[in-house]
Structure formats: C-alpha cells, structure tokens
Design a protein around this ligand. Structure first.
Ligand code: SIN
Length: 515
C-alpha cells in the first residue's frame, strides 16, 4: 500500500507538534508512535525554556552562556539565531495557553539554572514545564483540522534514491508495513537516551530516528557528545526519574553515605558546577560504592511537595520521603547533543529531509548543552523547518511522487528484549560517562556481534544499532576530553580538536569492522 501526503512529520514531541502547528492550515500528517502526548521526552522535561525575557537580560548574554557551556565548539551564528528567537516563541506558547509561572505584576517568573549568568528559564509550577507545554500543544493540535495524527505509527525506514527522499516505510500495529510519500519530510523523532541502561528518557527514545537517517546515508554530526544528567534517581526504576537541577539551584546539596559534601573539593561552584563535572563526580562516588545522594531536606524541606511536584511523586513511588530522607542518585543519559547534521535552515544532507529537535545536531549545544536550551532549540528549528518546507513546496521543489515505489524487504518492527538490554548495558559500561580507547574498541566489536546475531531480524533494532555505532565510533575517533565526552586515556582538551565532527554510517561501520 502506498499513500501520498503533503508533508510528513515523523515524531509527535514538541518539535513535531510545533512544526505541524506552524504549518497550519497546510495539510500535514504526523506519525505518533504512541497515543498523542505520550512517549516523548519533551513531556518529561522538568526544566523549562531558556529565553532572555527580563528587560535586564539580552539574547547576546544568553548566546554567550550557550557558547561557554558548549566548551569551544558551539556554532556562534546558530547560538545568536536561536537566542534571538527565544522570546518570540515563549510568547507564542503563552498565546496558545501554556501556563508559565507569572508574577503578581503579570511578568514571567524566571529561574536560574547552572551555567546561566541570569535567571532566564521560564517554568511551569517548578518542574512541570515539559508536561504543560505538551498538554497545550496536544490540545491545540486537536483543534487544528489541517493536522492528521496517525497514532501507533512508527517510521521504520527511509527510502532514498540519489540522496533524495522518496518515501518512508511505516509500521502500525497488526498491519503490513506501508509506504508514505510526501513532498517534504520532517524528522522530529527525539534523542537516543534509552540506548543506555541508565537514562532519564522514555523507553521509546532510543536513537531510532538518528539510526534510520544514518542508514539512509545522512551525515551525522557530533555523535560522541551525550549529556549525562548528574542527578537521576537511583531507586530501582527504569528509566531513572530525573531530580531536576533546579533543586540544586534552590540549595540542595550532594552528599555520600559518609555524609561528605564531596563537590566542595572538586569545583568552586560545588553542586552548581558544569553538568559534566558534577556527573563525573557522582559517577565516581557511585562506582566506589559511596552512594551519592541529593539532600533537599534543609534547603527545600516540605516545599518540595508543591514546588517540585514530579520529583515528589517519583520519590513517593520509590518509597522515599524527601522532606526527611536523602535521594540516592546516579548519572544517566539525558540528552544527545549529536544528531543528524543540519544547516541553518534545518535541512539535512538528504534532499527533502528536514530535522528538528533532539534528532538534529544544529551546532547550538557544542560539547555540552546549556540547561533548558533543548526545548528552546526544538521550538526555533521546528518553526524554521516549517517555513523552509512551505517555501520549497511553493516553489515547486518538493519531492516527487514515485508511482512504482516498492516497500523494501525489512525485518520486524518489534525488538528482542534480550538484545536491547545487552545493547543498553554495553553503552552504559563502555560508551558512558567515562570512556577510553580500549573500552570503545571493545564496544564497537560487541556492536558488530550484536549486529550479526540480531541485526537483520528487526529493522528497529538495526536503527538502534546504527545510532549506538555512530556514538561509539565518534567517541573512539575524538582523542581528547571535551564537555560531555570524557576519556581517561586523553583527559585533556586538545586545541587542534576544537571543532565539530561529521561521520556517516558507512564510515562508522568501516571503523567498527577494522577493529
Ligand atoms: C533539569 O531540570 O535538570 C534538566 C533541564 C535540562 O536538561 O534542560
């Protein structure tokens, strides 16, 4: 079966839905792997949207903080572009009903997060921003007749000829996979956190979009840079619930089972040191069996119930009362700075394919994303991609319908749980917070073994393997430590490597097979 649609959006998180709304009243089709509003990382975001809203703050100051956090490899033009657009998009979200926290005089209540020089994060009831923004967008999508959402539909494979999109193979439960063709395609399928055993991301966020685009030949950028959140809860839940950095912003401290506040000896900013430094400190404490813990008791006390609703609920689920008890934590994969390489217009290297949100690597985040720039980037580039797709179609340059396009032979859409767990453990053990050349080589060899054993059976697993292989190969190639990428065999930064990287899946496979 083949279907022709005007614009096809793969993914129904913030980037996908915001693009669809920006495209209205043009007809668009959105593939949502789960019921709309579920399964996307955006809805789990506890931070907010970073934007210079205060009259004493500026986009330039926000861009500078972004560049500094990114550890030398942020694209400064992209940082200027995104931070300049930030206020506009916060106001757009407000107009459609997002209930950002407001002060008595109607202004926005701004929070400060690590590495921001100014309080510039708009939030909703403490840690509810992602959920509230997604709820607002889902309601708006339901009111917008030009948007067709196919729930339960997963993209399995891109059909690409001569480096141009021809269609996407789609799998829906209990149906034979079918092809959708469109004039323009937007990949907004999220990140790759659940390729790791310890992650704050929903289980379905496991590099499928990245892997699919890479397998179709797209150029991938900065794949080695994975951000590990320092304070995911270590309470026997998978995924690991996030304990937002804002808790530390409010004065919560990190201690170990001996009651030592270890960050004091590590960085002058202690618990509010850059995220990668806190993540490594927590990792070493965890490895040593010292049980790192977040202590909110004195700084936040009983307010945690009302001010950090999600965190409090997660603690309840785990049987912890954060008013009187400490919260065990562990670093966990949280955000992928790498992704499909996109230009200033959100286009990938494949004609007809735009990418936005965490699946893209625009150059905004460099080696280390500034807190709350993730949702912001998704908004700005969703709108940019929407504009670019419209212009392209209006100029008669959209992709052409290919009448005799066949559905390629594919594996199953499902995955083997044993294989997935083996992959996740491998990524956490060898491609995680602390890396070295030998471990990365072992990881690449093990990925080849997994490919031989399970690869062709499941196309979704192929996509996961591709994403994992790209991350491991790029990490192997970068012989230095920078931002979220830390190697014990190259613990310092190398000025000669102060640049972004690009890799194709063919190159990653060649490296894998040479080891
Ligand atoms: C957090 O709230 O700690 C996470 C915010 C972010 O990742 O941007």
């Amino acid at each position: 079966m083949k279907e022709q649609h005007n614009i096809l959006i793969v993914g129904a998180g913030l980037a996908g839905l915001y693009a669809a709304l920006n495209l209205a009243p043009r007809p668009v089709t959105v593939l949502s792997p789960m019921a709309l509003g579920y399964g996307a990382s955006s809805a789990w975001a506890q931070g907010g949207v970073a934007a210079a809203m205060d009259k004493n703050d500026t986009p330039e100051a926000h861009a500078l903080d972004t560049v500094n956090a990114g550890d030398g490899i942020v694209d400064e033009d992209v940082a200027a572009y995104v931070t300049n657009a930030a206020k506009y998009h916060v106001l757009e979200l407000t107009d459609v009903g997002t209930p950002f926290d407001r002060s008595a005089d109607g202004g926005f209540v701004m929070s400060k997060e690590a590495a921001h020089g100014f309080a510039r994060v708009v939030r909703v009831k403490g840690d509810q921003a992602g959920a509230a923004i997604m709820k607002t967008l889902v309601e708006e999508v339901a009111r917008t007749p030009s948007i067709t959402v196919i729930e339960g539909a997963t993209a399995l494979e891109f059909i690409v000829k001569d480096n141009a999109m021809q269609g996407i193979v789609v799998s829906e439960k209990n149906q034979t996979p079918y092809v959708i063709q469109a004039k323009a395609y937007l990949l907004a399928a999220g990140g790759a956190g659940s390729l790791y055993l310890k992650t704050t991301n929903p289980p379905s966020v496991r590099g499928l979009g990245l892997g699919m685009a890479a397998r179709a030949g797209a150029v991938i950028a900065d794949a080695e840079f994975v951000q590990f959140h320092p304070t995911a809860m270590d309470v026997g839940l998978d995924p690991n619930p996030l304990a937002t950095e804002a808790l530390r912003g409010e004065g919560a401290i990190l201690i170990n089972k001996f009651g030592e506040r270890y960050m004091l000896d590590i960085h002058p900013l202690a618990e509010l040191a850059p995220r990668d430094i806190v993540a490594r400190a927590n990792f070493y404490q965890h490895q040593a069996g010292n049980i790192p813990m977040l202590d909110t008791r004195e700084a936040i006390g009983a307010h945690i119930k009302d001010e950090f609703i999600s965190v409090y609920r997660y603690c309840e689920q785990a049987g912890i009362d954060p008013v009187t008890e400490t919260i065990p934590i562990v670093p966990a994969a949280h955000y992928h700075m790498g992704g499909v390489a996109t230009g200033k217009d959100g286009r990938s290297s494949i004609a007809g394919l735009w990418v936005s949100g965490e699946a893209a690597s625009t150059g905004l985040h460099g080696a280390n994303r500034l807190a709350s720039n993730g949702l912001l980037e998704a908004l700005v580039y969703a709108a940019t991609c929407a504009g670019g797709m419209m212009q392209t179609i209006d100029a008669g340059l959209g992709q052409k319908f290919v009448p005799d396009l066949a559905v390629p032979k594919l594996g199953f859409a499902g995955v083997n749980d044993t294989a997935v767990m083996a992959l996740r453990k491998l990524m956490s053990d060898k491609v995680g917070v602390i890396r070295d050349g030998e471990g990365l080589a072992k990881a690449l060899r093990a990925l080849r073994d997994l490919d031989i054993k399970y690869g062709e059976i499941s196309t979704n697993f192929d996509n996961m393997l591709a994403a994992a292989t790209l991350i491991a190969a790029a990490a192997y190639n970068r012989r230095e430590s920078r931002g979220g990428h830390y190697r014990t065999d190259y613990p310092d930064k190398d000025a000669n490597l102060q640049r972004r990287t690009e890799i194709t899946y063919a190159q990653a496979l060649a490296l894998r097979d040479s080891l």
